[in-house]
Design a protein around this ligand. Structure first.
Ligand SMILES: *[C@@H]1O[C@H](CO)[C@@H](O)[C@H](O)[C@H]1NC(C)=O
Length: 255
């Protein structure tokens, strides 16, 4: 029951913003914010899709303010596709790096050249250089996750791609500068160890904490991407149930 009421309130809360927000984005976002915030498991269960996470940023045109945001194994950037979690989970359960790249690139274009360039991590234009400090995992990731991976500077301007959408912080929350991030509400982030998207979430925790946003972070050591979808038939994974409990108990305390 708790689960239901939390979910419903969440959806209603987000819908207001979706309508406003879509009007500012004008066809740029093919799916509404609400889908991704609170019906995330429906996407995975019914459409088998896992998509970059659209977050409502503080935007002068958005009148409604969120009380909180809860992100479960979110994807928050696409400019660096060679994070330690991408390397460690290249052949990950459920979500391989290749599938993640394919799905994410479909959000922006059908042109195969984008995923091709993303696989090489050479898809960003020269004018995106200033954004890479926001995803600089050599400083934003704790040692535990960085392990012995070596940071390499971005290779820019190698592909014909210059899609402004790839640099838009409204779609890719990690690309927002500190001045924007500091206005975000109390945040819950859950990350899974065996997930290509792990480091997006962990870097976001660091960035939000750096600007004083209250963040609760649960890291699931035996977690896999999308685990919440597998708490029901036919899999009934305990892992999914544990994640649901963590998420719901945080919502209970903070909603
Ligand atoms: C990332 O951080 C390292 C270490 O502080 C620094 O040397 C490097 O220039 C940074 N790169 C970018 C793109 O921010």
């Amino acid at each position: 029951m708790v689960w239901h009421s939390v979910l419903t309130e969440g959806i209603i809360g987000i819908f207001d913003i979706t309508i406003l927000y879509n009007s500012t984005l004008h066809g740029f976002v093919p799916m509404s914010v609400s889908w991704l915030h609170f019906v995330f498991w429906n996407i995975e269960v019914f459409a088998s899709l896992d998509i970059i996470f659209f977050q409502v940023q503080i935007d002068p045109e958005v009148k409604h303010k969120l009380k909180l945001q809860a992100l479960l194994y979110p994807g928050l950037q696409v400019i660096d596709t060679s994070l330690p979690s991408h390397r460690d989970n290249e052949h990950g359960v459920v979500l391989t790096r290749d599938i993640a790249i394919k799905l994410v690139s479909l959000f922006f274009t059908k042109d195969e050249a984008l995923p091709r360039a993303m696989r090489k991590n050479q898809h960003m234009p020269l004018e995106s250089r200033h954004l890479f400090r926001f995803v600089n995992w050599s400083t934003l990731l704790p040692d535990k996750y960085r392990k012995d991976h070596e940071y390499t500077e971005p290779v820019l301007g190698k592909s014909a791609y210059s899609l402004p959408a790839l640099m838009d912080p409204r779609a890719l929350p990690l690309l927002a500068d500190d001045a924007r991030l500091q206005h975000l509400p109390r945040t819950y982030i859950l990350t899974c160890q065996y997930d290509v998207l792990r480091d997006d979430g962990i870097m976001y925790v660091a960035r939000l904490q750096n600007v004083g946003v209250p963040v609760s972070h649960d890291h699931v050591e035996d977690g896999i991407h999308g685990a919440l979808s597998y708490m029901t038939s036919p899999l009934y994974l305990q892992l999914g149930l544990r994640i649901k409990d963590m998420y719901v108990s945080w919502m209970d305390k903070n909603l």
